[in-house]
Design a protein around this ligand. Sequence first.
Ligand SMILES: [Zn+2]
Ligand SMILES: [Zn+2]
Ligand SMILES: [Zn+2]
Ligand SMILES: [Zn+2]
Ligand SMILES: [Zn+2]
Ligand SMILES: [Zn+2]
Length: 340
Amino acid sequence: MQWVEKLASLDFRMICEPYRFCYLCSKHFCARCCPAAPPSRRRDHGNHPTFIIEVVQHEGLLIVRLEDVNHFYDCSRVEPEMAFPGWVRLHPKPEEQDAGGGGGGEPCGFRECNRRIAQDYDFCSIHCQFEEIGRDPVMPPTRQAVLDSRAQKYRVKGLLTLEHSNGTPIVSLGHGWDKFCLLCHAGFSSQVCHHHDNHSTIEIIDTPEFGLVARFIQTLHGEWLTSLSTVQSSREERALDDGYGWFYTEVIVEVPLMMQSHPVSELRPNSCRCGSGIDKDMVYCSVQCMVRLSWKILLHAKTVQLLIYLCLLTCDAGSTFPKNAGGGLVSELPKPNRGS
Ligand SMILES: [Zn+2]
Ligand SMILES: [Zn+2]
Ligand SMILES: [Zn+2]
Ligand SMILES: [Zn+2]
Ligand SMILES: [Zn+2]
Ligand SMILES: [Zn+2]
C-alpha cells in the first residue's frame, strides 16, 4: 500500500520549471520528472551531478549561468541577460523584443544576427557565438585538441537543441505531471520522461466533478484497484483504440485523489469522515482521505494497545516488578500489529 500513500502525497498541480542540462550526456531533462537519484529503480544522470547545469526561462528566453557553461564552453564574450547578472541567453531575443534595435550598442558578432548588444561583449547569445565561430573553423594543432573540440561541439549543440528531429520539444517549459507509475511510485510528464514506457502507469486527469482523478483500466490495473475498494469511484465503459485501428471496450475507473466537498444527498447518501457526501457502501471520498484517516485510526489503535499494556504492567507490578526492575522492558513491548 506504499504506492497509495505516495500517490496521495504527490502534487500533480505543480508545474515543472526550471529544468536541467547534463553536458556529459548532452541532454536536456527535467529534474523533477527524472530526478538524479530517486529512491526508486530509476536513475537519470545519477552519477553526473557535477555535469548538470540549470536552465531557467526568463520572459520566454532560456538562460544559463555563465559560470556553469564556462566549464565546457567559454562564453565570457556573450552578453549577460540584463535582469539576471551572471546568466547568458541560449538563443537571440525575438526581433520584436530587441528594444535597442537601431539605437545604441554594437551589433552582435554573428553575421546573420542584427541584435544590438552592450559594448563590452561580442555576441548576444551562445547560439550566435557558436554559429559564427563554426563558420571559420580553425584546425586545432594536435590530435587531442581535435577530439576535445569535437566533444565540445557536441555538447554545445546539445545545449542549443531543444527539439527532437521530429519537432517535439525535449523538455517543454511549464509541463506538469500527467501520469503516475505504479511500479516506481513516481509522478512524471509522459511528454518529457520515457523511463516508464514499459511500466504499469495510470493517467492523472483534472475533472470538473472530482478535481484530480487517477484513471485506471479495470483489466490492466485490477490488482491495484483492490487496494482502493473503499474509495468511491466512477466507472464507465469506453471504446478504446488499440493503436492498430481496432476498438475494444474497457471499464475505466476514475478515483478522486483530493478530499471532496460534496454535500450529503440522495445521490451521495454516505458520509466520508471528512464530511463529504459519498456513494452508497463507500467509506472514503478520495485517496487522500483514505491515507490520512486510516493512518489516524491505526495510530489510535496503537495508543489503545499501549495503554492496555501499561495498565497490565502496573496491575502486575506488585508481584513481579521488583525482580525485573531495570531489565528488558523495552524488548518486552509488543510488536506493532501490521495485520491490516
Ligand atoms: Zn517535469
Ligand atoms: Zn524520466
Ligand atoms: Zn547525464
Ligand atoms: Zn546574436
Ligand atoms: Zn516506472
Ligand atoms: Zn473525505
